[in-house]
Ligand binder design. Structure first.
Ligand code: ZN
Length: 244
């Protein structure tokens, strides 16, 4: 089975559609796994939720989804994120909010755990260092774990000596899902922060036991224009073209 792994769409419809097209061009997938934060920052929260609901999927919530559903306070957000969230909440109908509200913090599919932040703190922890990853391997019992939240594509592998190492997870290079436990972040669809502004996502092939990262260009200018028209914070508009 081929599965697309998408995290941090952040209401960026153009990036989301570009990724769905890219999936189709690569032969399609049977299922989509979403790792949280479908809304906030971007200009199309309702449309992104609608598309996500229609796809055959398994999804968990991120911190922004919880805030949009009224389950956590925006006082925990920085001023730009809080301002964008205020606008986002107004764009969502009760069904959208209900869908976000019903998302769980973790999900398990076969050997994989899905969550947004980290196994020990699925909502808030940014899992980016080897030290953090090493600690987090003891917080989940599945063999592998998919995370989002940091908006950076990363794979951590727990080796036979109990040490954690970074695994090369660059565009188009297949990585084997094998004997060692892994924590995998497919990067962000709608607001990449690794210096590459292209949308980031991964395809998992359970038959070949391989995962591959893909980067997809989309019309960043068109998204930025919609954000300016919606009066979303300019810092959020500017960061899209930098991928930071
Ligand atoms: Zn996010």
């Amino acid at each position: 089975m081929r599965i697309a792994i998408l995290a941090d769409i952040h209401a960026n419809l153009d990036a989301f559609i570009a990724v769905l097209r890219d999936c189709e061009n690569r032969g399609g997938v049977e299922e989509y796994w979403f790792l949280g934060d479908v809304v906030n920052y971007g200009p199309d929260p309702a449309k992104c939720v609608e598309i996500m609901r229609r796809l055959k999927h398994c999804a968990v919530c991120g911190n922004h989804d919880l805030a949009a559903a009224g389950k956590i306070s925006t006082r925990l957000f920085n001023p730009d994120a809080a301002a964008a969230m205020e606008w986002t909440i107004k764009q969502l109908n009760p069904q959208d909010a209900g869908f976000l509200s019903a998302l769980e913090q973790t999900a398990v599919r076969g050997d994989f755990m899905l969550l947004h932040g980290s196994p020990r703190d699925p909502v808030w922890e940014y899992l980016i260092s080897k030290g953090q990853a090493e600690e987090n391997f003891s917080y989940f019992s599945s063999k592998y774990c998919f995370v989002g939240h940091s908006h950076e594509p990363l794979i951590f592998r727990l080796d036979e000596n109990g040490h954690t190492e970074y695994v090369n997870f660059n565009e188009g290079i297949g990585q084997v899902i094998g004997d060692f436990r892994l924590i995998i972040n497919p990067g962000s669809v709608g607001q990449p922060r690794d210096g590459d502004p292209r949308a980031s996502y991964a395809i998992l092939d359970s038959e070949t036991s391989m995962i591959k990262l893909y980067r997809v260009t989309y019309d960043i200018g068109a998204t930025q224009l919609k954000m300016v028209k919606a009066n979303l914070p300019l810092r959020l508009v500017a960061r899209l073209e930098k991928g930071m």
